[in-house]
Design a protein around this ligand. Structure first.
Ligand code: ADP
Ligand code: ADP
Length: 232
């Protein structure tokens, strides 16, 4: 079963002669319960792929299905609600709110969705990502790795079916990156979530179940059970 399926997705930025085709007729399925990496050179369409797959951006043509919904059928309000309740998104730059504490950042999606903040699940998620004891701090008082953990906790708090992560280890040292990859793997194995991660890092891609390589806005190659020889 596919957790996410893109069918003939094209995304153009701009119009007319200056239009940029960021995704060119891409069809791809992300298997439910898998950890998938999206790789490719800079400008190959990785972020656009992630944004369209997650419903953060709408394709110019083609369809995206996620969790039984055709995202193209949702109006703006429905799509916003869908993003808040059904998916988690981990931004490369963490996107934490500096005036809020760690706890307030993590529980923000619950409040935006109009759901209560249940303290047991907040405790569970913060323990899982290793932030116990830091709930009262502000983002500026955390290391980069800790900030990324907050961003992941925030993506996990609503228990979404699919977590999208845009270069979640890009700004981190190798040991911290390892911990973050272990957290994403844990989401797949323990919580039965599906994780889709854009990465430049071959070492990170080798820890996933499948790699989708993009080139020039198209799927150039797919690899199952990526190994060291295959991902460079
Ligand atoms: P599926 O969800 O069935 O894997 P995809 O949309 O991911 O479908 O795959 C699109 C096409 O690529 C299908 O024709 C599929 O058979 C083929 N394909 C899937 N996995 C691989 C792979 N590891 N290597 C090459 N081609 C693949
Ligand atoms: P990647 O993540 O692989 O670096 P992107 O998806 O960011 O690739 O970009 C794919 C192509 O689309 C690039 O040529 C990029 O310049 C272009 N692009 C991305 N976002 C925009 C935008 N908002 N406006 C215009 N062009 C864009």
């Amino acid at each position: 079963r596919s957790a996410v399926r893109l069918t003939q997705v094209t995304k153009e930025y701009g119009r007319g002669p200056s239009a940029v085709v960021a995704l060119d007729d891409v069809s791809a399925g992300i298997a439910a319960g898998s950890f998938t990496a999206v790789m490719g050179p800079s400008g190959s369409g990785k972020s656009t792929f992630l944004h369209c797959a997650a419903g953060l951006d709408r394709p110019t043509s083609g369809t995206v299905r996620l969790g039984g919904e055709d995202l193209g059928e949702l109006d703006e309000k429905e799509l916003t609600r869908f993003r808040r309740t059904r998916i988690g998104f981990v931004f490369q730059s963490f996107n934490l709110l500096s005036s809020l504490t760690v706890e307030q950042n993590i529980t923000l999606p619950l409040r935006l969705a109009g759901a209560g903040t249940d303290h047991d699940s907040v405790r569970g998620v913060t323990a899982a990502v290793g932030l116990t004891g830091l709930l009262g701090r502000r983002p500026a008082e955390l290391s980069g790795g800790q900030q990324q953990r907050v961003a992941i906790a925030r993506a996990l708090i609503t228990r979404p079916e699919v977590i999208f992560a845009d270069e979640p280890t890009g700004a981190l040292d190798p040991d911290t990156a390892d911990d973050i990859l272990a957290l994403l793997r844990q989401a797949v194995t323990d919580l039965h979530q599906t994780v889709v991660m854009v990465t430049h890092d071959p070492a990170a891609a080798r820890r996933t179940d499948r790699v989708v390589f993009l080139a020039g806005g198209r799927v150039a190659r797919r690899l199952d059970a990526p190994s060291a020889e295959q991902v460079k």
